[in-house]
Design a binder for this molecule. Structure first.
Ligand code: ZN
Length: 167
């Protein structure tokens, strides 16, 4: 997939929602320039996984405002990864070659961690950490199966306020 095709596919994957205007969640997708971007997994991401995740998140009472960029993920040895191309004041979503789809939409799962404010704390160890993952998977499943994002609407508004305040 070329960058032009990627940007066109990304723009068409943004959900259009009618009715009252919910608060805006700015999401910045960064395409890792080193990643492989052609193949069945990547096609599945743009045709199914991302559109489903975008629609799932829209059910949580927010409207996505998408921006896109090409960036780079550096993985220096013995250090945490360094990501270029991020945008301040937005929910950054980095697209690499590693796009798993396990039991639930992994993209929805990770976006829910942000909306539920989980990203502002370290993952709790042991059972509490497992419980947090179970809660996110249950909410992602509820979004997919019942199209119901009502339990996330309150925390999502809190996340937006935190983003507006500089995160
Ligand atoms: Zn998780």
């Amino acid at each position: 997939m070329t960058r032009r095709q990627w940007l066109a596919a990304a723009a068409s994957a943004s959900p259009a929602r009618a009715g009252a205007a919910p608060p805006v969640l700015p999401v910045h997708q960064v395409l890792d320039r080193k990643a492989k971007h052609e193949g069945p997994h990547e096609r599945a991401y743009w045709e199914h996984i991302w559109p489903q995740a975008a629609n799932d998140v829209a059910r949580c009472g927010v409207r996505l405002a998408m921006t896109y960029a090409v960036g780079e993920v550096e993985r220096p040895p013995s250090r945490t990864p360094v990501i270029h191309g991020l945008s301040r004041g937005k929910l950054n979503l980095v697209v690499t070659s590693w796009i798993p789809f396990v039991a639930v939409n992994t993209c929805t799962h990770e976006l829910l961690h942000a909306l539920l404010l989980d990203i502002f704390e370290n993952r709790p160890p042991g059972l509490w950490g497992q419980a947090r993952e179970f809660r996110v998977d249950a909410l992602a499943t509820r979004l997919w199966l019942l199209k119901d994002g009502s339990p996330v609407k309150g925390p999502a508004r809190g996340y937006l306020k935190r983003l507006e305040a500089g995160g």
